[in-house]
Design a protein around this ligand. Structure first.
Ligand code: AGP
Length: 368
């Protein structure tokens, strides 16, 4: 492979740092930058007005990109979305409607369960789109439409840049769907695409939190477990943050929808429990703040990831507040992902773990 670590210690670090560039390249493939319009790389063989439900399926990190996209398709295009991990979808004999749309997301395009789920959807007569990083892969070859991510080769076993590029493709597709269904006007499209165009630059700005994260990682490395929580599109970011930490540092971590806290996980909170809260200043911010207050009341150590407005409005004592750049509320996952990736990476480095080749994991899971 003609890929090396350049000046980075690990591929994971290099790939985290490549995100402004590769997310920008992906954006440029899906957007007419001058006109600020969505311009998909190819014409879709169906009309979104004929789709009654979208099924999104994938594994691991790719499934969390799908989970974020569910919120986007429902909000921007008013299409109901079902999301399920491919290993469940393939065996649960889900009743699917002929003519609907299935979207399979996969970095490698070779994941056995994702491929089986794609074949199942095809056999049921669904249109199929795959969002893949390897255009020559089996999943790409077998799907009706391929929407590429332009992340370039991803070597680190923990997926980073593929995830943010998947989000970029799904955002563009959700806007295209909203436009076709007339849920979004021309002006809405201009506004949303204008916001998307800002994302690569904001990712670059977000990387500036690294020194603060490095310091925080020294404390996290001493923890036995870490909780992540968020609401709305920050919920899948919490799931991704927890997965990333588990994979590379071997510290037990769980992601939760913030509102679920009092339904169980709050029992875990004491002075030894770090709680990472993903809370950009958006329409559910105040709700998340009240969940944080519940954690603070039980002496949990809050690590608040928010923006400048959120930092000034959060009426709670956080151990650490990480201030990320202001980004349009719809697209926060592409910025907050950077923060959870860096936290996992630095924690693993502090612990001396094998960041690029974590134990027991393979880059692509081609067997069941
Ligand atoms: C991510 O950090 C993981 N290593 C893993 O969850 C991965 O995202 C999953 O196996 C799916 O892989 P794919 O995108 O190549 O299909």
């Amino acid at each position: 492979l003609l890929v090396d670590k350049a000046n980075y210690r690990h591929f994971m670090a290099k790939e985290i740092y490549e995100q402004p560039e590769v997310v920008g390249q992906t954006l440029a493939r899906y957007v007419d930058m001058a006109a600020k319009r969505i311009a998909l790389p190819l014409e879709l063989p169906f009309d979104f007005n004929d789709i009654t439900r979208i099924l999104i399926t994938a594994c691991g990190t790719a499934s969390y990109a799908g989970h974020v996209a569910k919120y986007w398709f429902e909000r921007l295009a008013r299409i109901p979305v079902e999301i399920d991990v491919a290993s469940e979808l393939r065996y649960r004999e889900a009743p699917l409607r002929k003519g609907d749309l299935a979207i399979v997301i996969s970095q490698s395009g070779e994941t056995a369960d994702a491929l089986a789920a794609l074949r199942y959807a095809k056999a049921q007569g669904l249109h199929t789109i795959s969002v893949v990083n390897v255009p020559t892969s089996t999943i790409a070859r077998e799907s009706e439409t391929v929407l590429p991510t332009l992340a370039g080769p991803e070597i680190g076993v923990a997926s980073t840049k593929a995830f943010t590029c998947q989000l970029m493709v799904m955002a563009a597709l959700a806007i295209a769907a909203g436009k076709q269904r007339r849920e979004l006007s021309d002006i809405d499209e201009l506004k949303l695409v204008g916001e998307l165009i800002e994302v690569p630059r904001l990712i670059a700005e977000a990387l500036a939190i690294e020194p603060q994260i490095e310091k925080l990682a020294r404390d996290i490395a001493k923890s036995r477990a870490v909780l992540y929580f968020g609401r709305g599109t920050s919920f899948p970011v919490a799931l991704e943050g927890a997965l990333k930490l588990k994979e590379v540092s071997y510290i037990h971590a769980e992601g939760y929808a913030a509102g679920e806290l009092k339904h169980g996980p709050i029992a875990l909170i004491d002075e030894s429990m770090p709680v990472v809260v993903i809370a950009p200043y958006d329409r559910v911010f105040e709700k998340t703040v009240s969940n944080m207050q519940e954690v603070a009341a039980r002496a949990g150590n809050i690590i608040l990831m928010t923006d400048a407005t959120g930092a000034s409005k959060a009426t709670v004592d956080a151990l650490v507040t990480i201030v990320l750049p202001d980004v349009a509320a719809t697209f926060t996952p592409m910025i907050y992902a950077i923060a959870v990736q860096l936290l996992a990476y630095h924690t693993a480095v502090v612990m001396g773990a094998d960041v690029d080749q974590p134990r027991n994991l393979a880059k692509s899971v081609t067997v069941e």
